[in-house]
Ligand binder design. Sequence first.
Ligand code: UDX
Ligand code: UDX
Length: 441
Amino acid sequence: MNIAIIGSGYVGLVTGVCLAQIGHKVSCVDVDEEKIGKLKQGKVPIYEPGLGELLKKNLKNKRLTFTTSIREATRKSTAIFIAVGTPSKKNGDADLTYVENVARQIAVNMNGYKLIIEKSTVPAETGKRVARTIKMNLPRKQKLDFDVASNPEFLREGSAVHDFMNPDRVVIGVESKKAELLFREIYKPLKPDMVVTNISSAELIKHASNSFLAAKISFMNSISQVCERLGADVLKVAEGMGFDKRIGRAFLNAGIGYGGSCFPKDVDAFIRISEKSGYDFSMLKEVRKVNEEQKTFFVRLIEDKLWIVKNKVIGVLGLAFKPDTDDMRSAPSIDIINALLQEGAKIKAYDPVAMPNARKILKKIVYGKDPYEVAKGCDCLLLLTEWDEFRKLDFKKIEALMKQPILFDGRNLYHDMGLEKIGFEYYGVGRGDRHVNDVGA
Ligand code: UDX
Ligand code: UDX
């Protein structure tokens, strides 16, 4: 099928490249000319494992093209995915300016039947508004048929290609049989379990799923607080809970809280959507509060153990909101580092791929060329993103390089490595060493 993807960011690009890989002819569109220029040359502007090879392969076989023209892509496509950004407004509402603008541009350029699909995470009822916008902007005198549909994405950054190719389910919200059949054709090569429903339910499935996962993490972060105080080990608690099939082990990792472009934004948006509908989703407000507090607890622990933070040199391993991505959006590292800078600490940091993005946000810190350069002369080290390469470091060397061998492990990455035995003062999250009591948190 001929398919257009409007918005070639983390979500749109992965979707476009993977749809080409499974056999469709895909035109990816973006307003960013520089980005489109790079993509045309087979250069991926983001870090996403596996995406580069598929991009090059499908450029070569001409199933994938890039353009800045919505007109060109619309006219040659039957299905059009909207995957432009939906940033948060100050009050938590999703800003749908880009979505509206794209809907209008699709409408004025239509030349036949089109299936217009929301891929961006949008509040329930956006589908209706998109349909109305298109209807109002269709070329006059022409009777053009179209369907609007919702097809939320569930891709995790860092494993987005794998997630696309092996979906747990494909959710589609449709209002016509024709739209449903087109979706079935699009996704046929993947043979997925399909959940077919109306547009509002599909939109809600996305918000409900992400909020539920965020709640699972915050629940475990609260458990980690109790563990600290009662001498229990959150890792064993998670293991014990996770064996129960009704609970499952995934997303039970306590740490410094969730970040990224989805969970914080979607929880905020879902709280607002519920509020506007007349329901106070207080449980989700607590999920958000626990997530914020988790970072504060971590900073308080560091302050307590260092005693005086002012002028101390603090090394940071990992800046991205999670491993295998260069994405810094709502990364917990930002709040933690800013709080320590506020106290007068000097920060040195290293991340395998996120440093170019981090430099735009964290301007008052020094960036190291590797973990050893960061560790040199430090009063303590913080592990903030659990990159695999950080497990393989030479810790005897790091211990020798540091001024004081204190390690705060925000992701429990080193829980089983016996770092205490080689001289480290080691603190994980929720490991029952009661240190939170000491700081009166
Ligand atoms: C976006 C949404 O933010 C998210 O809610 C949704 O679930 C998926 O799409 P993401 O792909 O991570 O997420 O955003 P981003 O990487 O910022 O990509 C958006 C792209 O759209 C950018 O490349 C931007 O240049 C482009 N864009 C934006 C357009 O092409 N046209 C516009 O009018 C606005
Ligand atoms: C998420 C959803 O998983 C995906 O389905 C959706 O479409 C987009 O949002 P993503 O943000 O890429 O994906 O990453 P994810 O792996 O879900 O992690 C989100 C955050 O939660 C990260 O900051 C991660 O460190 C944190 N997390 C995750 C925990 O703190 N504990 C866990 O147990 C799992």
